[in-house]
Ligand binder design. Structure first.
Ligand SMILES: [Zn+2]
Length: 139
């Protein structure tokens, strides 16, 4: 499958560099682009949803499977693991959004608003996403 086919199935696609894009994730209500897409030189396509959806869920939402991401096996195809597939800016976008979530909650607390259970859970999710962001960058 070409990356162009995948991009045609997604919404809010924006190029972020050579062979790199972001889009809204089709697997959750995504108001800001959290899905990073990367096409490697050997034709493989990598996906990562910084909001945490598994890649298989993202693909299923547009009618694809993991096998669609890999080109036909070619002579010399190494299948080598890409060491640092995500650029710092991809990760920073995720971190910036989670920081916004945390700052809104902090502002509410400062104004004496008691955070409902759902907000407290969202803060825990933000913490786990921020932790995951350090791991994804740590090639
Ligand atoms: Zn998602």
């Amino acid at each position: 499958m070409s990356v162009d086919k995948l991009l045609s199935l997604l919404h809010g696609v924006k190029p972020t560099g050579r062979g790199r894009w972001v889009s809204r994730c089709p697997a959750h209500e995504d108001s800001r682009p959290s899905l990073a897409i990367r096409e490697l030189d050997d034709g493989r396509v990598l996906l990562h949803d910084f909001a945490g959806c598994p890649t298989s869920d993202v693909l299923a939402a547009v009618g694809l499977t993991l096998e669609d991401l890999f080109p036909e096996r070619q002579e010399g195809y190494s299948g080598a693991k890409e060491r640092r597939p995500w650029s710092a800016i991809d990760v920073l976008r995720c971190v910036a959004f989670e920081a916004l979530v945390v700052s809104i909650a902090a502002n509410n607390v400062a104004q004496g608003v008691e955070l409902p259970e759902a907000d407290r859970k969202r803060l825990l999710l933000a913490a786990s996403r921020l932790q995951a962001a350090t791991e994804v960058c740590d090639g």
